[in-house]
Design a protein around this ligand. Structure first.
Ligand SMILES: [Zn+2]
Length: 59
């Protein structure tokens, strides 16, 4: 089940939507900013259909 959530790039501050597969309860992955294209790590805790917490790390 996919849910989209707004995240903010730690480099340029741009906010954009990220789609998360909420069938995985705890995940971390690297995504690229849509604007400055720099990669950053996203940590997500979720339950099916709902994002409980989402953290962005710049390293
Ligand atoms: Zn950016």
């Amino acid at each position: 089940m996919q849910v989209s959530e707004a995240i903010q790039c730690p480099f340029c501050g741009q906010v954009f939507d990220l789609t998360v597969d909420t069938s995985v309860p705890s995940q971390r992955f690297v995504t690229d900013c849509e604007v400055c294209c720099r990669p950053f790590e996203v940590r997500v805790e979720c339950e099916p259909g709902e994002i409980l917490s989402l953290e962005v790390a710049s390293s």
